[in-house]
Design a protein around this ligand. Structure first.
Ligand code: CP3
Length: 367
């Protein structure tokens, strides 16, 4: 963990970090007061950005992820170009599949493809949980990013470093479906019908993800974001019965490493109060739910990240500006708001609108 503490300040909030952080992003994750709302953006280093595409021309996505020199460079470039308050390590949700023994690749236009999807108890039993060391390249990339951002920025703020992993349900859905899915039929089939395989799969994923997150924290990640991108495919009863316990376990064990956890999902309006029960420090909202309503459903004592519709970035300047202001107005300067999008930036997004959005948050988000 990086030393983000100021020995002269005391933190008095209930948090996993003992002293006040010098990063407004980390402070907001802990619901401590900040000078202005911190901002970063989901998929801030992605295909909309010419600098990323220039690197992508020479390397596959997996090569970038597995080469610390390149992954760190891509992470740093995006954060600096946009002027955001946090850098999310360039990696992918599916990287832990390889040491578990699940082969996959990214096919152009199709996204991730798992060639032999996990559908039986025997396959779940065969998944390895003892090779997480093979993921060290992500921690090595984080070390480089942390070193690069070790000095405070000109405004005195320390840039936050975000590590991440998938949540058990979302990762299981890729393993079982073999890729992206519309109806999650095979995932739900296993969930409903195999009382041995499903809990075992959840347990194995949690074990691997905790070890992976620990490597990232040790390397310098200040915060871990847990992506449950497809949790919105679940009704509340199914989420409670099949996913709440393993997700809570994952989040609790990451927090025990000494960092706050942001828990994010898409299409989660009906799940928010249940997601809160995981004990996450911050809940990431998708754009469909008005921020104030989402925060109300989550309740007091928990931060909120979000939640501008990423497609608003294609809107004319006046509309975009209004929507940025709307998100900040809905948060009303309450401690614990981190400005972000409600899902990742899509390819084709005008870079200048992304940069403007960050500038407006800095302008309108002063406390
Ligand atoms: O800047 C950042 O946000 C960090 C980079 C990042 C990537 N993947 C790189 C990437 C992050 C945080 C992820 C997480 C991830 N990966 C998620 C959760 C976030 C979300 O969107 O909900 C998911 C679901 C995945 C799995 C995944 N990876 C899919 C479904 C795809 C294909 C989607 C597409 O747009 O084609 C990927 C590929 C991927 N991961 C890209 C990037 C920049 C784009 C493909 C490329 O560069 O070739």
């Amino acid at each position: 963990m990086r030393n983000t503490s100021l020995s002269t300040t005391n933190a008095n909030t209930a948090s996993s970090t003992e002293e006040a952080a010098t990063s407004r992003f980390v402070r907001a994750c802990l619901r401590q007061p900040v000078d202005r709302t911190p901002v970063w953006l989901l998929r801030q280093a992605g295909r909309y950005m010419p600098e990323y595409m220039a690197v992508r021309k020479h390397h596959t996505l997996l090569e970038i992820c597995r080469t610390p020199e390149i992954a760190s460079e891509v992470t740093i470039t995006a954060a600096e170009r946009l002027g955001v308050d946090a850098a999310i390590i360039f990696a992918d949700l599916l990287l832990p599949f390889t040491p578990m023994g699940v082969d996959f690749e990214f096919l152009a236009g199709e996204g991730p493809v798992v060639h032999a999807p996990i559908r039986t108890s025997e396959q779940v039993q065969a998944l390895r949980t003892d090779r997480t060391d093979e993921l060290r390249y992500v921690a090595q990339a984080i070390e480089r990013v942390a070193k690069h951002f070790s000095a405070p920025r000109p405004d005195g703020d320390q840039l936050g470093i975000i590590g991440f992993c998938g949540a058990p349900f979302t990762l299981a859905s890729y393993m079982i479906e073999g890729g992206s899915s519309r109806n999650y039929i095979e995932t739900k089939r296993m969930m409903y019908s195999d009382r041995v395989a499903w809990p075992l799969l959840m347990e194995k994923l949690v074990k691997v993800l905790v070890a992976y997150a620990a490597q990232q924290v040790e390397a310098g990640a200040d915060v871990i974001q847990v992506f449950d991108s497809w949790a919105g495919a679940l009704g509340v009863s199914d989420y409670r019965q099949y996913c709440l316990q393993p997700t809570t376990e994952l989040i609790r064990r990451i927090q025990a490493l000494g960092v706050p956890v942001i828990y994010f999902g898409v299409d989660t309006a009906s799940l928010l109060s249940t997601m809160r029960q995981t004990g996450a420090d911050v809940i990431g909202l998708d754009w469909r739910v008005p921020l104030a309503e989402g925060w109300k459903a989550i309740g007091e004592g928990c931060g909120v990240q979000g939640n501008l519709d990423p497609i608003t970035l294609f809107a004319p300047e006046d509309v975009l500006r209004e929507r940025v202001r709307e998100v900040l107005d809905a948060a009303a300067g309450r401690p614990g708001h981190i400005f972000n999008l409600g899902h990742g930036i899509v390819p084709g997004t005008p870079v200048e609108n992304v940069i403007r959005t960050v500038e407006w948050v800095k302008e309108f988000g002063v406390r």
